[in-house]
Write a protein that binds this ligand. Structure first.
Ligand code: PLP
Length: 373
């Protein structure tokens, strides 16, 4: 089998979606599956839809194109404010897009008129993350302006949290978003189909004690794909954390003098905590490196330690080496490592359809990702 490769257990992605859809449904919240971390891989998107996601979303138009070319017909929303230069493609491929700029909305409207379609507009409010969004006090005004344009229809409002700041949304921020929805409807009429509360970082709030108010949609990528809460990195109860496995091949094994001098370590990894190398008598080299993934986001197999990595090599130390040249090592990835690896041209994606069902194991303690220090 070709190496390096990512093995994708599609049934785990489907079941993760089912689990989260089942928990959010009773709270009046539908799930939009976000495919950007897997570059719009169509089979993975389909697994989300099979699991009950009502729609898909991606940040990049090329990924949406990949979904469409594979024959996926579900609604797809662009969740990054469209580039002015891509207005035609956005209108062609997406039912709706998240928007923050009136000039872009005007370009989408013109493109939609040319194509004789109506493009949905969801206005993104800036509720404290500091990334994209319209200031809350201006959202109603922009909404009114959208109402006057032909070719576009106001479909909803939304917000995004924790992406830039890494801070989970508070109940009061979520209440402000609900309040904003009411305010917009006060001036535009009751036509907001979607009030989208945010991403995977919203789950603790959405599944918590308080009412979820007007929020009727969450855009979920990481929680579905990796089964973890993005802020804490902890497993979400009942979710599979091992839908993706990165396999790399050993290209050299052998005893080397230990400890290895620190100067040998790639400066790019110098910020990584290097575990004591005492007793690490063997090092092995794998044919994978910075060009393929975010090495610091890999979980190493038990009993092994990261020594360093370069563009094309990963060097790890092991106590006892039963691995031979040509054998494979398997890693779990965090979200950054996953999105980087899924986009790497030299990594094959191997899709595994419906393996026999197994219940997810609860992780004992915290998963061991390498930590930046
Ligand atoms: C990436 C992204 C999401 C999905 O984030 P996850 O953490 O993967 O759930 C949702 N909304 C927007 C605007 C995004 O950029």
């Amino acid at each position: 089998m070709s190496c390096p490769r990512i093995e994708v257990d599609l049934s785990k992605i489907r079941r993760n979606t089912q689990t989260i859809v089942g928990r959010l449904g009773p709270r009046g919240i539908g799930v939009t599956g976000v495919t950007k971390a897997v570059c719009g891989q169509p089979a993975i998107a389909q697994a989300m839809l099979d699991g009950g996601a009502v729609a898909l979303a991606d940040a990049r138009i090329n990924n949406v194109q990949r979904l469409r070319q594979a024959g996926i017909t579900s609604p797809v929303t662009l969740i990054r404010t469209p580039m002015l230069s891509q207005a035609d493609e956005v209108v062609q491929l997406c039912e709706a897009s998240y928007n923050t700029e009136i000039a872009v909305i005007a370009a989408l409207a013109s493109a939609a008129i040319r194509k004789d379609v109506v493009h949905g507009i969801i206005l993104m409010g800036e509720m404290g993350d500091g990334r994209e969004g319209i200031s809350p006090e201006n959202v109603a005004e922009v909404a009114q302006e959208v109402m006057t344009m032909q070719g576009v229809a106001l479909k909803g409002i939304g917000a995004n949290f924790a992406c830039l700041s890494g801070i989970a949304p508070t109940a009061s921020q979520m209440a402000s978003l609900c309040h904003l929805a009411n305010e917009v409807e006060g001036v535009c009429g009751p036509l907001l189909k979607t009030v989208s509360g945010g991403n995977s970082a919203n789950l603790p709030w959405a599944l918590g004690e308080r009412t979820t108010g007007r929020i009727n949609d969450l855009r979920l990528g990481e929680a579905i794909l990796l089964g973890v809460d993005p802020i804490s990195g902890d497993q979400i109860g009942g979710m599979h954390t091992d839908a993706f496995t990165l396999c790399a091949e050993v290209i050299e094994t052998g005893a080397k003098p230990a400890p290895f001098p620190i100067a040998m370590i790639d400066p790019a990894l110098a910020r990584l905590r290097i575990a004591p190398s005492s007793g690490m008598s063997t090092r092995i080299i794998l044919a994978i490196g910075h060009q393929d993934t975010d090495i610091s986001g890999l979980s190493l197999p038990v009993g092994s330690t990261l020594i360093g990595a370069t563009s094309d090599h990963l060097v790890i130390g092991v106590n006892r080496c039963t691995l031979k040249t040509g054998s494979e090592l398997r890693f779990q990835m965090n979200y950054k490592a996953l999105m980087h690896a899924m986009a790497a041209p030299d990594i094959d994606v191997k899709l595994l359809y419906d393996l026999p069902a197994k219940q997810p194991r609860q992780i004992q303690g915290k998963s061991e990702h390498l930590m930046l220090v």
